[in-house]
Ligand binder design. Structure first.
Ligand SMILES: O=C(O)c1ccccc1N[C@@H]1O[C@H](COP(=O)(O)O)[C@@H](O)[C@H]1O
Length: 206
């Protein structure tokens, strides 16, 4: 049986970072989109990254930010991977050596899953469509659409996941990893570490 990795995204403070790792998170995500309630300053992220144990992947989440600025933040923070969660094109994904890129696509209908092979990335993340937000909306999309799509890259499933639905999602979609933000929060930007532990337990048992 394949192990499903867990990324806890929207980490804004040291207690949540260390709590998520203690609960078994494989990866942590940090949001650099200024409009997000989960936005975190690069200086704070650098402190958190420096305090993490080895073998925890660290991901910077960016929305429509110029590559030069993204790379400044990556160097400043010591983060390992780039997650592009805006309107970036397949061509934009070429701009980030030496970093591995995760491209997030927001799924509205079956057409959202066309030409997935165009993206030169380490993994694709599928999130729910929202007219108002680029992500972190807590919305779920129709997981059956993924079953019908052709995907030749690791798939990270996101969008409205929580401890109550993540096992079903894994059984249906069989993703490489799951990514959660609002479903394990007590308020935007602050994790509920009991929900984080329940989420990871559900993933391990799925
Ligand atoms: O979390 C945010 O505020 C955010 C802002 C801009 C782009 C993406 C964002 N979050 C990511 O969205 C998905 C789904 O989140 P949720 O679990 O439904 O709350 C996830 O990858 C978040 O990291």
């Amino acid at each position: 049986m394949a192990v499903t990795r867990v990324k806890i995204c929207g980490i804004t403070n040291m207690d949540d970072a260390q709590g998520a790792v203690a609960a078994g998170a494989d990866a942590l995500g940090f949001v650099f989109h200024p409009a997000s309630p989960r936005y975190v300053e690069p200086e704070a992220v650098a402190d958190m990254v420096a305090a993490l144990p080895p073998f925890v992947a660290t991901v910077g989440l960016f929305v429509n930010m110029p590559a030069v600025k993204i790379h400044q933040i990556m160097v400043q923070t010591g983060l390992q991977l780039i997650q592009l969660h805006g309107d970036e094109t397949a061509a934009d994904c070429h701009l980030h050596p030496p970093y591995s890129v995760i491209k997030a696509l927001r799924v509205r209908d079956e057409h959202s899953l066309n030409r997935l092979d165009d993206y030169p990335v380490a993994a694709l993340l599928l999130d729910a469509w929202s007219d108002e937000h680029y992500g972190g909306s807590g919305r779920q999309f129709d997981w059956q659409l993924v079953r019908r799509a052709t995907l030749n890259k690791p798939l990270i499933l996101a969008g409205g996941l929580n401890p109550a639905n993540v096992a079903t999602a894994i059984q249906l979609v069989k993703p490489y990893a799951v990514d959660v933000s609002s479903g394990v929060e007590r308020e935007p930007g602050h994790k509920d570490l009991t929900l984080v532990a329940q989420f990871i337990e559900q993933v391990r048992m799925a």
